[in-house]
Design a protein around this ligand. Structure first.
Ligand SMILES: [Zn+2]
Length: 93
């Protein structure tokens, strides 16, 4: 809250490195829905290729993603943060 990251579109052009600013924006502002390199919303997250990495307590799920606009590829890290009891009957689609 109140911790916005002021990154102008011009900051996303030219330099292709994944800076800390871009990581923070990707995770906290864009929620993984925009390319961390060019800002395009045409990104593919390959959930079916996800792999669990690490040990108990420090386990994370690595999922490869790529941008259909700039063709960059990256890995999303997902961590287990909570659990809740499932309802007795989970309704199907
Ligand atoms: Zn891109």
């Amino acid at each position: 809250m109140g911790n916005t990251i002021d990154l102008k579109p011009s900051d996303l052009e030219g330099d292709e490195s994944l800076t800390e600013e871009r990581k923070l924006r990707y995770v906290n502002v864009d929620g993984g829905k925009r390319c961390p390199f060019c800002g395009s919303s045409v990104v593919m997250c390959s959930y079916e290729k996800g792999q669990f990495v690490g040990d108990q307590g420090r386990l994370h799920l690595e999922i490869p993603s790529d941008c259909l606009t700039c063709k960059k590829e990256w890995i999303d890290f997902f961590t287990l943060t909570d659990v809740r009891e499932a309802p007795d009957h989970i309704e199907g689609d």
